[in-house]
Design a protein around this ligand. Sequence first.
Ligand code: COA
Length: 259
Amino acid sequence: MNFENILTASEAGIFTITINRPDKLNALNHKTIQEIGLAIRLANDDASVRGIIITGSGEKAFAAGADISEFADFNRHEAEKLSRDGNDVFTSIEHSPKPVIAAVNGFALGGGCELAMACHMRIASENARFGQPEVNLGVTPGYAGTQRLVQLIGKGKALEFLMTADMIPSAEALHLGLVNHVVPQAELMNKSREILAKIATKGPLAIAAVIRCVNSYFAYDQDGFETEISEFSECFESEDFKEGTRAFLEKRKAEFTGK
Ligand code: COA
């Protein structure tokens, strides 16, 4: 599939999506977000894919926010559509049954920070900078930044960054729990691949179930404890569970098939 604003590549079970507007610091216009959503669907439909990486092209930016030039003249109805459409894509990333890592290679501001937060994990290069600078423009975040930042770093710190628009350097992001690891830029993709390769040795049905269980913690209409009981028991019906337990007892490596 040919995309205009992203590059995609699939290798060794890992599907990589690269936001490719480096001259605009990979700013996320509507089309780019829709292309990311479509690429995520393609990756999820491809049985050979076991994990997904989202990154930005160049060494300066993951994504420096929503494309300000696109929405500067929007009215409230156009703004609502932009926000809803973006939220739909970011939620689809959060609910992807395959692990999604944001390999944050530079600025992750506004929509870029929101995109990274919708991923299951964030690996940052040392030069990465996070932040929600929307109040500088007289607007709130629109792709769930006010929600996921609270989930990841807690209410007090989230309110501080949402109201001051301060940028969060990678070392502080690590301290706050906003990112999982910080590595030199040259090691960013390898570190991300290494984590996905490790996850790929586990049962894919169990991985998808873990994602559903954890998301259930944050779903207001679900009881996460009940979700876990249900997902746990469901696993007992799978071939993977039989293989995993048998392999342990036979002191060999499990060969999971995702069935
Ligand atoms: N939307 C649209 N264009 C953007 C953009 C965005 N969010 N962020 C950067 N760009 C564009 C700039 O307009 C510039 O384009 P130009 O060369 O055609 O003038 C290009 O990307 C390079 O950005 P520039 O500002 O010159 O780089 P810098 O190194 O001086 O500053 C930032 C980097 C990230 C600090 C600065 O670009 C910035 O503050 N961006 C906006 C961040 C933001 O508010 N995001 C939230 C949006 S809701």
